[in-house]
Design a protein around this ligand. Structure first.
Ligand code: 5GP
Length: 186
């Protein structure tokens, strides 16, 4: 597979990503069997993961989408989150799963879980394709995580840098020299 010239190396091939998505789906299918689950996709980064994941789920699923922006540098969030698109429906008394691309400092997920918990769901859990535990600034329980990754900025499979690289079929480490300051990362 040809590596994009702006990338340093491939971290996960499409096959490795598919295996990780399979693993998460198996755990969700075991834990949520027989339930109706409100699956919240966090746009835009989680969209590819979400569409692959939901097709592997065997329980009853409701789709919804949230779009949030985290302000900070181009490659790190500050914890100040703004909701650009909210959920379409109430999640009161629903089992909710937040589907996220990657948990880094944990600030975005902490904000979102607190925000969604205030809407009285029956349960709420985080499902993230990738987790960077070494970067955590606030404790967040990522109950379903596909792959732990080191402290590197990754792109591909839905993840961007400045809206680029989302269509790469693999997940790759972006070359440092490509990074540039910007106000909003999502
Ligand atoms: P946190 O609030 O946990 O620091 O950051 C969460 C968000 O920052 C993720 O949803 C993602 O959009 C973005 N992010 C964190 N690390 C990376 C990364 O390595 N690559 C990309 N493309 N986005 C990242």
């Amino acid at each position: 597979m040809e590596l994009h010239p702006d990338c340093e190396r491939i971290l996960f091939t499409p096959e490795q990503i598919a295996a990780a998505v399979d693993g998460i789906a198996q755990r969700l299918n075991a834990d949520y069997a027989g339930k109706t689950v409100y699956m919240v996709c966090i746009l835009k980064g989680a969209s590819t993961f979400y569409s692959d994941l939901v097709r592997r789920l065997t329980f009853d699923v409701r789709f919804d989408f949230m779009c949030v922006s985290s302000y900070g540098s181009a490659t790190a969030s500050s914890g100040a989150v703004c909701i650009r698109k909210d959920l379409d429906s109430s999640i009161k008394d629903m089992d909710v799963i937040i589907v996220e691309d990657i948990v880094d400092s944990g600030l975005t997920m902490r904000y979102l879980t607190e925000n969604l918990l205030s809407r009285d769901p029956k349960s709420i859990n985080i499902c993230a394709l990738m987790d960077k535990p070494s970067r955590r600034e606030v404790p967040v329980e990522v109950k379903y995580s596909g792959m732990e990754i080191p402290n590197a900025f990754v792109v591909g499979y839905g993840l961007d840098y400045a809206e680029r690289y989302r269509n790469l079929p693999y997940i790759a480490v972006l070359r440092r020299e490509i990074y540039a300051p910007a106000a909003c990362t999502k």
